[in-house]
Write a protein that binds this ligand. Sequence first.
Ligand code: GDP
Length: 538
Amino acid sequence: MSSSPEALVPSVDAFLEAIQRRRTFAIISHPDAGKTTLTEKLLLFGGAIQLAGTVKARKSSRHATSDWMAIEKNRGISVASSVMQFEYADHVINLLDTPGHQDFSEDTYRVLTAVDSALMVIDGGNGVEAQTIKLLEVCRLRDTPIITFMNKFDRESRDPTELMDEVESVLGIQCAPVTWPIGMGKRFRGVYHLLRDEVLVFAPGEETREHQLECIAGLDNPELDRRFPEEMPELREQVELLRAASNPFSLEDFLAGQQTPVFFGSAINNFGVRELLGALIDWAPSPRPRPTTGRAVQPDEQTFSGFVFKIQANMDPQHRDRVAFLRVCSGHFQRGMKIKHLRIGRDIQVHNPITFLAQERELVEDAYAGDIIGLHNHGSIQIGDSFSQGEALQFTGIPYFAPELFRRVRLRNPLKAKQLQKGLQQLAEEGATQVFKPLQGGDMILGAVGVLQFDVVAERLKTEYAVEAIFDPVTVQTARWIQCEDAKILAEFTRKHEDHLAEDAGRRLAYLAPSRVNLDLTMERWPQVIFHATREHA
Ligand code: GDP
């Protein structure tokens, strides 16, 4: 963005236009549905990368240089998520990657708080899978508009109508077909675009930014009968049925998160990808207002504001720092700007913000609502922190979830206690794990949502902090954050239950329940005490 004219102080019109042309979205999918492949093709269309293969290649070079990433490689999953910005058709696209594995769903949840829309990729052969269901639930909580891509139609797939029915019944969102597949597998001929009334002819891997696909206008065009004599009668029948029985696309319902436009294609063949970009630009919302404790913040407000939704350490071994990912919510961010870190009440001057153009680190000169900037973090920034100019605005809706899995941490070498503390504190700030320090002393207890998180923590403690930690089972089943307005009752509660109480990394009191039954009983016994299953950051 450094070369864009926006770098100068923009006029009001240019400011509004800069916001209008931004789209910030995430791809959600079950592992293996084709998220990485599609990401790559989107970047390719955006001109952000020259050759397909770069995303994967980069992934593996990272594996080779960073030990904890080896876990990813061994298990064939993507642990880290990142941000990519590129331009397409005069729009600025911010694509936020999400970890596919369910053990990192908390991380994914937070990424989804920072987007304005989502692209759901479904493997046409497998239909709706477990992780898709979970991710969609999160999107539904916020009524995030969703575009659906039925992928891998170059393979034998499920019946398209069946796939749409499954999305409707399992995910509870209405489908509006926009394109419709003509055949599948070896006999995949292309798609019919219901709104444009034209057939896009499938040619494996043909379409590029410069080279458009062959397109035949009109369902009654005799050229189609000549080319696809076997398929056309069935297609016409299907289209007639679709026009009569399926939901027509409604922009209003889409923006309300109640209807998803459905596209068919094949990511690996670049087929159907341009249509997805078109939908993003034409239909997906530009940056939306964001809630704070006081009021909603509009993207076109002049003063800067934003929140941190993710912290990542040591992304690049050559820069051994931590980066806080901030979503800009309003105003015009400029390099060197002074912004207030609300939780700490201190002004910081942002000299070296980072953006992720084509996955390269570059300095950001300026940014607008919807953009993500990376702030160098030396330990003072936590997930959920808000930054603004002037008015104190605390953004909401970025929660921690009560962990479901717990381990007691023991050191192999007791002299390393300090390093362990430092490592755990930093990993907790990043949201890699939750750390609880029992009030009665003793070893720290780690909490996680997915078991793989413990492996990552152990590996990172070893490689980044030179600490060998042993994780033992512990009889804790769930945690609740404690709140009580009455100080006397709180003191009594604390005295009575000291052996089950701990402080988290943010020094908040939490009740570590040995069992569900115990939790229920305790809650019943202390009606004045509130037991929170989630807690907001900051
Ligand atoms: P992710 O786990 O969702 O990121 O999935 P990937 O993008 O890594 O894809 C998983 C596998 O599916 C890889 O082997 C891809 O080459 C393959 N794949 C992705 N898209 C397509 C497609 O359109 N057709 C076919 N046949 N394979 C695909």
